[in-house]
Design a protein around this ligand. Structure first.
Ligand code: ZN
Length: 129
């Protein structure tokens, strides 16, 4: 029976959005909240995947954003492109994330699914606006 495991993380980072018409063009910071889900079947150990093994693959990705200026890593670090970048990097690390949500504010979040990996129309996270 497929079951979904969800784990939540936080990190702090600064960014600005080049070309934005509003206040997001100015440098500012967020306390980002990230929820990742992995679907799978329960193994003989009774788990889809040990939470500590999930953390071992997620922490280096989110740690690379933590207390950084995201523009040093992504030219256009919107919540959407940050979520895509994080999902791609977690997959590259071997974590089969099915869904990843980035909360940028209390009221605003973006969710990407693994389908984005095959989306040829999705701009590269490194592309400029
Ligand atoms: Zn912002």
């Amino acid at each position: 029976m497929p079951i979904t495991l969800t784990r939540e993380y936080r990190f702090e980072a600064a960014h600005h959005l080049p070309g934005h018409r509003g206040k997001c063009a100015r440098m500012h910071g967020h306390s980002y909240r990230v929820q990742i889900s992995v679907a799978g079947t329960v193994g003989t150990d009774g788990m889809i995947m040990d939470f500590e093994d999930v953390d071992a693959l997620v922490d280096p990705v989110l740690g690379s954003y933590d207390h950084h200026v995201l523009n040093d890593l992504l030219p256009n670090p919107t919540c959407e492109l940050l979520a895509v970048d994080a999902l791609r990097r977690m997959h590259a690390a071997g974590l089969p994330v099915t869904s990843l949500t980035v909360w940028e504010t209390e009221r605003g979040a973006v969710t990407v699914t693994a389908d984005v990996l095959a989306d040829r129309d999705m701009p590269e996270a490194g592309s400029r606006p």
